[in-house]
Write a protein that binds this ligand. Sequence first.
Ligand code: ATR
Length: 272
Amino acid sequence: MDRYCVFGNPIAHSKSPAIHAAFAAQTGQSLTYEARLAPLDGFAAAVQAFIAEGGKGANVTVPFKLEAHKLAQALTVRAQAAGAVNTLHFTEQGIIGDNTDGAGLVADIVNNAGVAITGKRVLLLGAGGAARGVVLPILEHRPARLVIANRTVATAEELARQFAALGGAGVVSGCGFGQVQGPFDIVINATSASLQGDLPPLPAGVFAPGTLALDMMYGAQPTVFMQYATGHGALARDGLGMLVEQAAEAFAMWRGVHPATGEVLHQLRAAL
Ligand code: ATR
């Protein structure tokens, strides 16, 4: 039976094994998928050990996405643009690194939330790894503009500069939170502020009635960002849909069949 796993540290609470088991059952694919704790200083060795055991592919989560990018012998365009890898494919040609986070986010916005990105004003909060991973897939949907806002302004400006060269010229710009001028149709929180219960200090007028406000974080309760956005008339959404969609993209890369995600998302939501 083909073997897959997710590497992380910590990893015990990963939902990926349950998600991929559900995808396998639904599509009639015969495979196993387990969670593997890699030592903080032993990611590459853990991957090599899994390959030696016959592993066919792996997902990679915190804190190993940059190391996975270095380890891969070939990178998809979206993994190159993201500068990070969340999906490894072990092939006869070597280790291929992909990044399905951005495609997962876009699929959740377009297919699950039913909100088109094309022609829209999009605000991306944060300029770290999570933000970088989603810029190219968003630009591929041709928004009217994409503003990247970050606490450290220079990082946002640098990210915007890099993606201006990748089809974002005239569309993408970077600034600090205080310089953001709304309103926006879609606001995505890719900062890790929610983890500390913090809110990026957004100026008034960012949200309009009906703005889609998506936090990449999720939990049993709405995040502070979701609560703030809802209070300003936005439709708030957490990152659970993105999680399931990035998994579906990885599954499709490995198995050549794209699973349906609705029922899996429903079950995960009920179990939060
Ligand atoms: P990740 O992989 O989750 O993106 P990261 O690369 O460390 O992690 O990036 C964290 C992001 O959250 C950064 O954009 C960071 O802003 P800085 O570049 O200024 O550090 C942002 N961030 C973290 N805590 C924040 C807070 N309390 N308020 C606003 N932004 C915050």
